[in-house]
Design a protein. Structure first.
Length: 341
């Protein structure tokens, strides 16, 4: 009887794995959207639970939390696209005004740097990007609708998936599932909430810096700086370096030096120094080097979804290693006890 039940359970596990693989293959074009929806629902669940505990109906609570996700995504994408669209002519005109070459001397030795071909390549890339975004607008809108619908569905019945998981996992292994769940939650919180708060602070400070220094398109530059805050290690400092380099090419050495000093301090360093310590107790406690490896490897391996999946996989791997390390002394003590008896 027991062997028959075990065999039946094994067949069901194989059936679930096969149908799950088939589902991923058939729905591959929206796998990224589904993954992002699941991770966002993970982060928004505490908000939904708080609203329900205060007497809000579960449907209204799920809708309110979903609205937060929708507005956050819109706030991340719309300002940048709108700023680029409004200033497309200015940007292209600026690229046309760049000199074809840049010459300088180091220790009396002349050096030259060709920028004409780079500017032409940048103009073509910007034009192609605008055409591609315009052509993909219906698909982007459909995926955004799917994202919103999935987040709402997951927040409406948040206990459905965990119930299935815990029924399928033997009781002696459920503590491991809870540990991995906590690591997943903390990692996603660190990626979305901590990085998001730091990105918002970076955007506000960068706007003041670029506007104060008289740069055209300060809003767009600030939006790019905020988005780059999600890139570990380098962050918005790379934007400061690029803008300063364009000033050097244009012959404004004073402006480039001023931007480097003020920008690296107030845009590259200050948000991390002020915001991150306040939210540090809620982070996943992942070393920056491992976070950077996960981010870079994930993006290069599977595209934009690796932005979340890479650090998450690294965090789960670190947690699994810690569990194994903590488990070895316990197992060794049990073996020693049995040997003594």
């Amino acid at each position: 009887m027991y062997c028959g039940m075990r065999r039946r359970q094994g067949v069901l596990v194989g059936l679930v794995a096969a149908t799950g693989l088939l589902t991923i293959v058939l729905l591959w074009s929206v796998v990224t959207t589904v993954f992002f929806a699941i991770t966002v629902a993970y982060v928004l669940y505490p908000l939904r639970r708080l609203l329900v505990e205060r007497g809000t109906h579960r449907r209204i609570a799920a809708a309110a939390a979903t609205s937060v996700a929708f507005l956050a995504v819109a706030a991340l994408i719309v300002p940048l696209l709108w700023s680029l669209y409004r200033r497309r002519d200015t940007l292209l005109a600026y690229l046309r005004t760049l000199p074809t070459s840049f010459e300088f001397e180091v220790l009396g030795m002349p050096f030259g740097f060709e920028v004409g071909s780079l500017a032409a390549t940048a103009r073509v890339a910007i034009t192609n990007l605008a055409v591609e975004v315009a052509g993909s607008a219906p698909i982007i809108g459909l995926k955004l609708f799917l994202f919103t619908l999935l987040v709402y569905a997951l927040l409406l019945r948040p206990s459905a998936a965990p119930a299935v998981v815990f029924r399928a996992v033997p009781e002696e292994y459920q503590s491991l599932v809870r540990t991995m769940h906590e690591r997943t939650r903390n990692t996603l919180y660190a990626i979305y909430v901590l990085q998001g708060a730091t990105a918002l602070g970076t955007f506000l400070i960068a706007y003041l810096v670029f506007a104060g220094l008289g740069y055209p398109g300060a809003f767009g530059l600030a939006a790019v700086a905020g988005i780059l805050q999600f890139v570990p290690v380098v962050g918005p400092s790379i934007l400061i370096a690029v803008v300063a380099a364009t000033d050097v090419v244009a012959g404004d050495l004073t402006g480039a030096a001023t931007l480097l000093v003020i920008g690296l301090v107030f845009v590259g360093f200050l948000p991390d120094a002020i915001i991150r310590p306040q939210l540090a107790p809620y982070t996943a406690d992942i070393p920056a080097s491992l976070y950077f490896i996960g981010f870079t490897g994930g993006v290069l391996s599977i595209g934009i979804v690796g932005f979340i999946a890479g650090p998450l996989v690294v965090a789960l791997f670190v947690e699994a290693v810690e569990l194994l390390t903590n488990e070895r002394p316990t197992v060794q003590r049990q073996l020693d006890s049995e040997h003594t008896e």
